[in-house]
Ligand binder design. Structure first.
Ligand SMILES: [Zn+2]
Length: 50
């Protein structure tokens, strides 16, 4: 598995995910612990839809 880095701050994301919501659980996204940016499994930024 390639390391994922936050698209905003470059913080390396842990390989062991703790999904924050169903989308992350289903699609393998992550939330940066440093700046809170959500990203998908490829480390691309995700803009939450409201
Ligand atoms: Zn970040």
């Amino acid at each position: 598995m390639a390391a994922i880095e936050c698209p905003k701050c470059g913080e390396a994301q842990p390989q062991i995910r703790r999904p924050k919501n169903w989308r992350q659980f289903l699609w393998g996204g992550n939330t940066c612990a440093n700046c809170g940016t959500e990203m998908d499994a490829q480390g691309r930024g995700v803009k939450p839809k409201k």
